[in-house]
Design a protein around this ligand. Structure first.
Ligand code: KG4
Ligand code: ZN
Length: 358
């Protein structure tokens, strides 16, 4: 196999990222990966502000690219192509990335390949562990929750997904209603470790329905009701009340993800199940998923967290895969705020936040 080196550019939400990845006979190597988060710029607003994100990407992307090239010890002349996230995501940020990629491609004569951000996440286990197709992917982030049968660089079959909130979004909302900091996953997990997961009888949404679709919005409402009941009775929450609410919530999410993963593996008995997305960092959830994999003799893979969350190395890699399959894009490549991986799957009602981090 000849060696292929790609620059990847990612700007679909609130991380300005650039990376250089090489694929050769010995496998894949991340030569550099620069991720500049924008969290401080959005902190005061309780969420990502699209206009602020777009401006920050426009201001910082070229520095990210310069630093990724320098970090990899290469120049544009050493590259075989440029990969850029073309969607789904916030349109202003996507446009910043696309404009830069198109400019670089035009100036250097390098080929350019547009990448679906979700494909970047879904193909990451091939970058990190060199696994073969097919495999099952559970993408659990702040904006997404879906099971994907991954059969090729552009062949994804959605086996199930959330019909409302993503689990990370639910963790964030629970943190908000319990006055814990954002992003909510890590503090809720810390509180949950000290709580009693059985004290509150919280629902396990959609477990009574066949298939792999999930729902987390009702669970959030149930936690809100339990909280308000305590406040009505006692005038406030004790530290232990908060810990128990967190533990009950986390146990419910873990139960739902574990059971739906069991079903997804039954529907698609792949040799490997891989997880990606920030929620995959949760130790309770991870342990439960590992147990499900073990029970079915399936290999469990969780890429390192910095590659589970948004980055440009996954975009460079997905670009290399598309490029080697013959894909080329040109200056007409458009940004797409919505871009489902499985074009044949029926749209689900309100799946994840609109234009949210994917
Ligand atoms: O993948 P990610 O960095 O961004 C995207 O949404 O694409 O995921 C961020 C989400 C946030 O909602 C955050 O609260 C959640 O992942 N998260 C966690 C944990 N760490 C991060 N959720 C549960 N437990 C954690 N330890
Ligand atoms: Zn993402």
């Amino acid at each position: 196999m000849t060696t292929t080196i790609f620059l990847g550019i990612e700007s679909s939400c609130d991380d300005t990222a650039a990376a250089v990845v090489r694929r050769g006979a010995g496998g894949a190597e991340i030569l550099s990966s620069v991720v500049e988060g924008q969290a401080p710029l959005h902190a005061a607003f309780g969420g990502v502000v699209p206009e602020i994100a777009a401006r920050a990407h426009a201001e910082r992307l070229d520095y990210a690219v310069e630093s990724a090239l320098a970090g990899a010890g290469v120049t544009l002349a050493d590259l075989d192509g440029i990969a850029v996230t073309a969607g789904p995501g916030l349109i202003g940020g996507l446009l910043s990335g696309l404009m830069l990629a198109k400019g670089l491609a035009a100036a250097s004569g390098l080929p350019m390949v547009g990448v679906n951000h979700l494909a970047g996440h879904a193909l990451t286990p091939r970058l990190t562990d060199g696994i073969d197709y097919p495999y099952l992917m559970l993408l659990v982030s702040g904006g997404h929750c879906q099971f994907l049968a991954v059969e090729g660089p552009e062949t994804f079959r959605r086996l199930g997904s959330t019909i409302d909130d993503a689990p990370g979004e639910a963790f964030d909302k629970i943190a908000k209603l319990l006055a814990l900091p954002q992003p909510g996953g890590p503090p809720v997990e810390r509180e949950a470790e000290l709580g009693d997961p059985k004290r509150f009888a919280l629902p396990r949404p959609l477990l009574d329905r066949v298939g792999c679709d999930m729902s987390f919005s009702g669970l959030k409402t149930a936690v809100l009701r339990a909280r308000d009941e305590i406040i009505a009775q006692k005038g406030g929450l004790t530290v232990q009340d908060r810990r128990d609410l967190c533990a009950g919530f986390q146990a419910a999410v873990a139960d739902v993800l574990a059971e739906k993963t069991r079903r997804a593996l039954a529907a698609f008995p792949a040799p490997v199940i891989a997880v990606a997305g920030g929620v995959a960092a949760n130790r309770t959830i991870r342990t439960r998923l590992m147990a499900v994999a073990e029970a079915t003799g399936t290999r469990f893979l969780a890429p390192p967290l910095r590659l589970c969350t948004d980055n440009a190395a996954m975009i460079a890699w997905a670009g290399i895969e598309r490029f080697q399959a013959g894909a080329r894009d040109d200056a007409s490549l458009a940004a797409r705020s919505r871009w489902p991986l499985d074009q044949t799957a029926a749209p689900v009602i309100g799946s994840g936040r609109r234009g949210a981090k994917a």
